[in-house]
Design a protein around this ligand. Structure first.
Ligand code: ZN
Length: 427
């Protein structure tokens, strides 16, 4: 299946050998089995796309539509994106750095994670190809987003997940009427099964046969960060890594904006975060290895990042190295402390991937890898209400009183004494 292109995007191109293809349904190169990605005509885009044009458009990620691989108008997820970039001064003080911003995709529309960005592109493209059934292999957030966006667009959805996911994420897919299939196995088992299903049935799997289109949606997070900083690039960015695609696409976004003259170019150091129990990409960076050593049995509370054999792992590692960044792999205890620190200083409740990002940033700052005087953006990609299990054991039972002011006074006095004696600490 091939459709025409917008003229701004030309087709697909192999990331390894450069062979070009029409804008059809494929994700690996026929020559070298390298991954293919979308190829743009930047000269044509440069002639039309200005800061003024972007600013005149709606507050959603489609304000950058010339840089996204769709032919016509967006048909799935027209309101996705343009989430807040929060200046987080109390978090900055706690971490001991000058300036911190939180890119807050915990409030992305409609399913409270950055995956709505990629799904909006993939399903719009799937509709252009004429697919009626869509699916995905997912650690949860992608399943939620495919289920919700397919429901809104009238597409049939199959979402396939490891069966041990958090309850919030399973319900967050079932509610939209999607076919949810739990697989007894790891994400890598699920992903392999999805490739086989896509081969047998004529369905669009957003992160399998739609992958080159899907992955481009992540770039919008990078565009928004630059625009929201007043068309300036940050000095340093920390991003969570599962398959490793987001970190590569943030880098691509910053480079494209520079190429188009929309920002003044400068190096942006890009740092990746994974949890200790499944950190194949961080391990590759730290070991200075040339290849990914897959993790057969991930063991962490950070299920959304638990991909043992990440598809874009080597590219993510190269992005970190070439940008001058680095990777960190905090343990589960640090992850929970990271979730609490973010919540207590910014009012943002992130899922475990967000805790991993904050905890990794803390380590990178303490080790001197992150410059305390440079601007720092933390990409917070998913909402904590989906993974309450991760922090529910952290708290004692709440204080309960009769509806009497005297009882409240007594409680307040008691809690003031406790605060003086032992300051609760998660830092
Ligand atoms: Zn190739």
């Amino acid at each position: 299946m091939t459709t025409q292109t917008s003229g701004f995007f030309k087709g697909l191109k192999c990331r390894e050998c450069g062979k070009t293809y029409p804008a059809d349904v494929r994700y690996v190169c026929e020559e070298c089995f390298g991954p293919v990605e979308v190829d743009y005509d930047y000269d044509a885009i440069k002639k039309v796309l200005t800061r003024q044009l972007i600013e005149s458009r709606g507050h959603n990620m489609w304000r950058y539509k010339e840089l996204l691989p769709v032919d016509g108008e967006v048909t799935v997820g027209p309101d996705v994106g343009y989430t807040p970039l929060v200046k987080a001064d109390r978090l900055a003080a706690a971490l001991g750095v000058k300036t911190v911003y939180v890119k807050n995709d915990t409030v992305n529309y409609p399913t409270l994670s950055f995956k709505d960005r990629v799904v909006s592109v993939a399903l719009t493209r799937a509709k252009e190809f004429g697919y009626e059934t869509v699916g995905c292999a997912s650690t949860g957030n992608l399943a939620n987003s495919v289920a919700a966006n397919a429901a809104a667009a009238g597409l049939k959805a199959f979402v396939i997940i490891p069966s041990d996911l958090e309850v919030g994420k399973i319900i967050g897919s079932l509610i939209y009427g999607a076919h949810v299939v739990g697989v007894d196995g790891t994400y890598d088992n699920v992903n392999r099964l999805c490739s086989e299903i896509a081969g047998r049935y004529n369905w669009a799997f957003v992160n399998v046969n739609m992958r080159p289109y899907y992955a481009e949606g992540s770039k919008t997070m990078g565009y928004e960060i630059a625009e929201q900083l007043g068309w300036e690039l940050p000095d340093q960015v920390v991003s969570p890594m599962a398959g490793g695609s987001l970190i590569c696409k943030l880098d691509k976004a910053f480079k494209e904006l520079t190429k188009l003259g929309l920002v003044k170019g400068k190096p942006v150091k890009i740092y990746g975060a994974q949890a200790e129990g499944c950190a194949p990409i961080v391990n590759m960076v730290k070991d200075e290895a040339d290849w990914i050593k897959p993790i057969r049995k991930p063991n962490t509370i950070v299920k959304s990042l638990a991909i043992g054999d990440p598809a874009d792992g080597p590219y993510a590692a190269a992005t970190m190295r070439q940008s001058g960044g680095w990777g960190e792999n905090p343990n589960d205890k640090e992850v929970v402390a990271g979730i609490r620190l973010l919540a207590e200083t910014t009012g943002i409740f992130a899922e475990t991937a967000g805790g991993t990002t904050v905890a990794a940033a803390k380590r990178l700052i303490e080790s001197g890898r992150i410059d305390r005087n440079g601007s720092l953006v933390l990409c917070i990609t998913g909402n904590g209400l989906k993974t309450k299990e991760a922090v529910s054991g952290e708290f004692k039972a709440i204080d309960t009183i009769k509806p009497s002011l005297a009882e409240f006074d007594a409680l307040l006095e008691k809690s003031n004494q406790t605060t003086q004696e032992e300051v609760p600490s998660c830092r």
